[in-house]
Design a protein around this ligand. Sequence first.
Ligand code: SAH
Length: 337
Amino acid sequence: MTARTVAEKLVSSGTLSKTEILVLLQTDTEDEFLRQAAREKAHSVFGNTIYLRGLVEISSFCKNDCYYCGLRCSAEAERYRLSTEDIFAACAAGYEEGIRTFVLQGGEDGYFTDDRVCTILSALKAKFPDAAITLSLGERSRESYARLREAGADRYLLRHETANAAHYGKLHPPNMQLASRMECLRNLKALGYQVGAGFMVGSPYQTPETVAEDLLFLQEFRPHMIGIGPFIPQSKTPFAQMPAGSLSLTLKLLTVLRLMHPRVLLPATTALATLAEDGREQGILSGANVVMPNLSPPKVRGKYAIYDNKAFETIDTVRRKIADIGYEIKNVRGDYK
Ligand code: SAH
């Protein structure tokens, strides 16, 4: 089995076995071929349209202690939470700019009870009826996810982080378990959310085997959205000295994911834009079709420090850079079809 045979199988069938994935991961000879094919695949589904998601980072408080994340409870960090008014103002500003999906993301902050999040959701839905709302608030009970869904949440992002339980255990403290993450993902799907899973590229202790397991998990789970971006060390975490994930592997995995999931909503993430000046654009040229500009108010900028040197760009800059590579942002919700 040559790398070219595997690459051709991926392009024609969209599925690979673990052995085949490992063949592709162990060579870069097919990268350009795959990239071209992924770009064409994305084009056949989305044309040259890119969807925007406005990210509102609602809280930097977190009860968890994930080893990679700068919001971990034992990291020294400036904590904040946005008021309902702040969240509203951020979304209204984004709406003016044409954004029709708001992503409310935060650490696992007990302040944001179901009641509080439901109040925010109902009010946002009333004010912006043609916008989708995505939540990214970590693990919650099935009842909680159900209530939030009824109150208007359309989508939920919860990266699985790694599909390998031993690897999961090296990234998280013992009170966090891959099994509960997976249960949350299944619950979200059963409740009718459009669900996003995903993982960091080049996270500490990641191997080609664990990446292959991530891809197999995604092949089986079939999420509506897949978030991947390079791991970037954060100076206040135990992984401060670990190397960042690579641009080339992130781009390659975007191409493979696009070929495996033609219709999936696949962002070129901020972490990718942080790693390289043109990271976001390269992500789009590798099959990504979503970008997530930051709508958090200026007063909290820099305080949602999940990793160091997080890129920040205005929507205007993002729009221009995307136009420069021949793509066009559309002011639509951009649901999974
Ligand atoms: N509390 C929410 C949001 C977490 S931040 C949740 O648990 O889902 C969103 C994502 O950022 C995480 O899922 C993780 O994959 C990513 N992330 C965290 N720390 C990172 C780092 N140091 N480098 C790159 N990505 C990171």
